[in-house]
Design a protein around this ligand. Structure first.
Ligand SMILES: NC(=O)C1=CN([C@@H]2O[C@H](COP(=O)(O)OP(=O)(O)OC[C@H]3O[C@@H](n4cnc5c(N)ncnc54)[C@H](O)[C@@H]3O)[C@@H](O)[C@H]2O)C=CC1
Ligand SMILES: O=C(O)CCC(=O)C(=O)O
Length: 472
């Protein structure tokens, strides 16, 4: 405690002039956490998404810090990335014009293993967005029980409307800088919004050419060149397995449950697929242009049509109306206010479920929200859901299946083997079961909710490893 005070603020400063040394004052744990939070805000006042992610974690850690006050300083270290890379990404369009985008890789924490986390290509990408994602990734990766540190990266590049050749040139340029910072035992990126199998392929090819080295430096690779079975499906399947654990724990099941899903990308597609496998009724999908509602539920043929629209034609979700006579399209809207459901699974992007949406879900009788995207619910929405006895499955736990199978891809690459679909799926189910069990155990031990339990279980493993490794 003394050491903490000395390190934190040894002088009082008036008008920029150091005055005499301030009297050390014994701060309570709560005051120390408040002081930490003030310093984090002061360091990066213009990073709203990152600050939102940190605040969400801090507000669930009170009981942990009371029990183990030495972890407050560990948390402060954890809030500062180990390394942040920002680089220029020049690329040529099909007409020969030069464009410049900004690339990022935030290597946040390596206490448990090599930095691990996806790359996002979207015009909304900023350092704040990448830092929030990287911060969350630390806890999520810890929950998987696999030896994975946390990181995230991406670019403000907008893949929408770009030709295949433009995407390839962008990916090659991005990797031309990134390749010197990654490695199978250093940092292993993967996909996220705007980065799927195609982009991973282009980046892997460029890495191999530059480094003259065929190794597992990316996950989400094609099966023929070192990828894992089930990686494309893993995040969505994992979300549904996690929801099943929550329901089973309450003596319930997914059978016949109406589920609102948002998004129509990788995570949304395989969430809907696994919901269908387990007898649930997915009634919505969406993109940034609006949402499609199927009152009686998407069929497998309907899902195949969405996959074709999104993965092959790379078009807007409204095109789904050509494939269905029963669907309704709501322009510019998210699904939450337009459905009557038992369960909601936001699977598009951050802050896509706000207080008004939470009120609409509670009003229609929704009893469970499971976060498939990263940080999709605003703090006000989460608070309202808890207040109204809606079960809440937080993203760090619920969507960890993707990175977990990425971890399994790394294991298979190290072994120079590939496991069958059945084997990987069974391991994924086991990991999701385990994540629920450890989050619930921490929830019970510290008298909190599942959101707090997931944060605590993820944090303690990283924090203890950081303590063991010294002040590095
Ligand atoms: N791909 C993965 O393995 C994992 C992804 N996630 C998270 O899941 C979410 C979805 O990612 P993916 O499906 O991989 O990406 P994707 O690029 O395949 O799909 C993204 C979806 O979100 C929609 N979207 C994006 N921005 C939007 C906006 N501003 N408003 C409305 N819709 C918007 C897109 O239209 C698309 O349907 C993201 O939050 C991502 O961070 C989390 C864990 C793993
Ligand atoms: O598979 C990975 O390494 C990254 C997945 C990811 O970006 C995430 O969990 O948000």
């Amino acid at each position: 405690m003394e050491q903490y005070l000395t390190g934190a603020a040894p002088y009082s400063i008036a008008n920029g002039v150091p005055s005499k040394r301030a009297e050390p004052k014994e701060l309570s744990v709560a005051e120390r956490v408040e002081a930490l939070w003030e310093r984090v805000k002061k360091r990066d006042p213009h990073q709203p998404e990152f600050l939102q992610a940190v605040e969400e974690v801090l507000t669930t850690m009170g009981a942990v810090f009371e029990k183990r006050p030495e972890l407050v300083t560990v948390m402060e270290r954890l809030c500062e990335p180990e390394r942040q890379l920002i680089f220029r990404v020049p690329w040529l369009d099909d007409e020969g014009n030069v464009h410049v985008n900004r690339g990022y890789r935030v290597q946040f924490n390596s206490a448990l293993g090599p930095y691990k986390g996806g790359l996002r290509f979207h015009p909304s990408v900023t350092l704040s967005v990448i830092k929030f994602l990287g911060f969350e990734q630390i806890f999520k990766n810890s929950l998987t029980t696999l030896p994975l540190g946390g990181g995230k990266g991406g670019s403000d590049f907008d893949p929408k409307g770009k030709s295949d050749n433009e995407i390839m040139r962008f990916c090659q340029s991005f990797m031309t800088e990134l390749f010197r910072h990654i490695g199978a035992n250093t940092d292993v990126p993967a996909g996220d919004i705007g980065v799927g199998g195609r982009e991973v392929g282009y980046m892997f090819g460029q890495y191999k050419r530059l480094a003259n080295n065929f190794s597992g430096i990316l996950t989400g690779k094609g099966f023929n060149w070192g990828g894992s079975n089930i990686r494309p499906e893993a995040t969505g399947y994992g979300v549904v397995y996690f929801a099943r654990e929550i329901l089973q724990d309450a003596g319930d099941s997914l059978e016949g449950k109406r589920v609102a899903v948002s998004g129509s990308g990788n995570v949304a597609q395989f969430t809907v697929e696994k919901l269908l496998d387990l007898g649930a009724v997915p009634v919505s999908m969406s993109d940034s242009s609006g949402c499609v509602i199927e009152e009686d539920g998407f069929t497998r043929e309907g899902l195949a049509a969405v996959m074709e629209i999104k993965n092959v034609r790379r078009s807007r979700i409204k095109a789904y109306l050509e494939a269905s006579s029963t669907a309704k399209f709501v322009e510019g809207e998210r699904p939450w206010k337009h459905v009557t459901v038992d369960i909601a699974m936001p699977a598009a992007t951050q802050n896509e479920l706000d207080l008004e949406d939470a009120k609409a879900l509670v009003a229609c009788g929704c009893k469970l929200v499971v976060e498939a995207a990263n940080m999709p619910s605003t703090p006000e929405a989460i608070h309202y859901l808890h207040e109204n006895d809606v079960q809440f499955g937080p993203a760090k736990a619920a969507n960890a299946g993707g990175v977990a199978v990425s971890g399994l891809e790394m294991s298979q690459n190290s072994l120079r083997l590939q496991w069958s679909r059945e084997e990987v799926d069974e391991r994924l189910r086991g990991i999701m079961k385990n994540i629920f069990a450890s989050s619930k155990a921490a929830m019970d031990e510290y008298g909190t909710h599942l959101q707090g339990g997931a944060n605590i279980a993820g944090f303690l493993k990283v924090a203890d490893s950081m303590l063991a490794q010294g002040a590095v």
